[in-house]
Design a protein around this ligand. Structure first.
Ligand SMILES: [Zn+2]
Length: 128
């Protein structure tokens, strides 16, 4: 059985979406993604690099390394919550609606972890 590209509801072979609403939401999503994918990619790239660099710095100066790692995780989580762009195979297996929610949950977990790390950072390393 074919499924709606947005919500995953079963549909006939002649359709791509179950309703106009799903089609509209899908188009909106791809519009939004097209507008921000470059920005998202650049910021994510920096954060993903920031984690290993932070780990390296941690071995030299713990406070600097830890701050870098915390901020990288925090910003990465925030970016994913604001711009929940799932990878292609997630979209094809879960359909767009679910893939976006799962991606946003992953972002929220990273964001929570980032906040916890920043708090730890303040407690242990940044004593003014
Ligand atoms: Zn639908």
């Amino acid at each position: 059985m074919k499924k709606c590209d947005y919500c995953g509801k079963e549909i006939t072979y002649f359709e791509q979406y179950c309703c106009d609403e799903c089609q509209r939401k899908t188009l909106n999503f791809y519009d939004f993604q097209a507008k921000f994918s470059k920005f998202f990619g650049i910021v994510n790239g920096i954060c993903v690099f920031g984690i290993p660099i932070g780990l390296f710095m941690f071995s030299l100066r713990q406070s600097i390394g830890f701050t870098m790692i915390s901020l990288s995780v925090l910003i990465l989580g925030l970016m994913i919550v604001i711009f929940p762009f799932p990878v292609e195979n997630m979209i094809s297996s879960m359909k767009l609606k679910k893939a976006v929610s799962v991606t946003r949950i992953i972002g929220a977990v990273l964001l929570a972890l980032g906040i916890a790390l920043v708090i730890l950072d303040f407690v242990f390393f940044l004593k003014f």
